[in-house]
Design a protein around this ligand. Structure first.
Ligand SMILES: [Zn+2]
Length: 219
């Protein structure tokens, strides 16, 4: 898999044609500070070299942390729950025991990297987040529009999430005891063991957590 491609872009404002270099794949060897790059404001931003017009430039990207043994494949607006990429599987067949995740949104992409980089189980984090979301909806008396993992502090015994509530998307940070996460780890072990051992890149998100809670409650 090539790491970079060049793409011709026509500025929507001044119609200037220019070539942009897009990164399609990153790993620790070629991008030692890849986490910093992804979390920087400038990534996925494009600026016209002639008129300075700025816009988002979203494109597929494979993030491969070979040290922590996980891969996150960002495919803008991917609708599928699993993507089996035969070419990639072959290329990385020697690394069968690594976590492979699919995300379809930039915020989820950064969140997934933060979770797996922290060494947390993302299935348990999603289950915990879904449970905490219910509590936030009750106390704020508003619908949670989206929510993201913020951090996990083992010395403080806490896990924090960043929610956006109501139609105005008001930010709402909820810190809760780590037991919520630990209980979710137990549920994952009991009910979803091996689920992420299948080949291909799988989506573990809010939709997954919603379905997983249903399976758990009905068992
Ligand atoms: Zn322009």
């Amino acid at each position: 898999m090539s790491e970079k491609i060049n793409k011709m872009i026509i500025c929507p404002k001044c119609s200037e044609k220019s070539e942009a270099e897009l990164i399609c794949s990153m790993n620790n060897k070629s991008f030692p500070d890849m986490k910093k790059i992804i979390f920087g404001d400038k990534f996925f931003e494009w600026q016209c070299p002639k008129c300075g017009f700025q816009s988002k430039l979203l494109h597929p990207l494979l993030y491969n942390d070979m040290e922590k043994r996980f891969m996150v494949y960002y495919i803008p607006d991917a609708k599928r729950k699993i993507i089996a990429d035969e070419k990639l599987e072959k290329e990385f067949s020697e690394l069968s025991h690594i976590k492979k995740r699919l995300v379809s949104d930039v915020n989820e992409f950064r969140e997934k990297i933060a979770i797996l980089d922290a060494g947390a189980d993302d299935m348990a984090v999603e289950l915990a987040k879904y449970a905490v979301e219910r509590i936030v909806e009750k106390s704020a008396n508003k619908k949670v529009m989206s929510g993201y993992f913020l951090d996990m502090d083992k010395s403080e015994n806490t896990i924090s999430f960043h929610f956006f509530v109501g139609n105005e998307n008001r930010p709402y940070i909820q810190t809760t005891r780590l037991e919520v996460y630990n209980r979710s780890v137990g549920i994952v072990k009991e009910y979803f063991e091996g689920f992420d051992k299948q080949s291909g890149f799988i989506k573990i998100d809010r939709e997954w957590a919603k379905e997983a809670w249903k399976i758990y409650k009905n068992s």
